[in-house]
Design a protein. Sequence first.
Length: 118
Amino acid sequence: MDYVKAFLVGGAICALSQILLEKTKLLPGRIMVILVCTGAVLGALQIYEPFSQWAGAGANVPLLGFGNVLWKGVRDAVDENGFIGIFLGGFKACALGVSAALIFSYIASWMFDSKMKK
């Protein structure tokens, strides 16, 4: 049942993002920023954590989950280091995920003949 719930929630998030892409003039990068910021705001309002525990990977994997991870990292770093934690927390919290994304995308660029669109 957890897999079904994760699939449905993750699919709904992606479907809403696709609707934004199709029905508005927003560019993909702006939609991605909206998703990350929404995840951070929902985390700050303490709404995202219960939703994340209920939905599992369906809520944690999309960009909403990334925004929530950034928020949690900043919150914890501010509690630990004070004001400087605003700048350190996000980097510490998401360093592994961002590093993995960069490394795997670099490996994929070697494996496939990637070209710029014209």
